[in-house]
Design a protein. Structure first.
Length: 127
């Protein structure tokens, strides 16, 4: 009996320990652009989007943003990082639908080929 209880406790404990905490969530959009000129146009649109998040009617919870560009492939990726408990509010907000989505649409018009968007749990580690 004791061994059965021990096994049950161990299984429950290991499952609880395997949960990844969600402190921050990144919304990612990845695409390719034609060349440096198009990447620079994308940067202007991305900056316009960032300005929206600085406005008074932006939902709370955005922590940071990042843009990466691979100049060999012209891969262009943006990442908007939110507090984990505020991300769902942003995704369901009128702000996203009415203000952020049109900027994203302008950005993705510059894409050549497939566009990827998705969400990631984010953690930072200092070395």
């Amino acid at each position: 009996m004791l061994s059965r209880v021990s096994r049950t406790c161990l299984r429950q404990s290991s499952r609880a320990m395997s949960t990844i905490p969600v402190n921050h969530v990144a919304r990612i959009v990845r695409m390719h652009v034609e060349n440096e000129e198009e990447a620079m146009k994308a940067d202007v649109i991305f900056q316009r989007g960032l300005e929206l998040f600085k406005s008074a009617d932006a939902p709370a919870g955005m922590v940071s943003a990042k843009r990466t560009v691979c100049k060999a492939e012209w891969a262009y990726e943006v990442e908007m990082i939110f507090e984990g408990d505020k991300f769902k509010d942003y995704m369901e907000s009128d702000f996203r639908e009415q203000k952020a989505a049109p900027v994203l649409a302008d950005l993705t018009k510059l894409a050549t080929g497939e566009i990827y968007s998705g969400n990631r749990v984010v953690d930072w580690y200092e070395l």
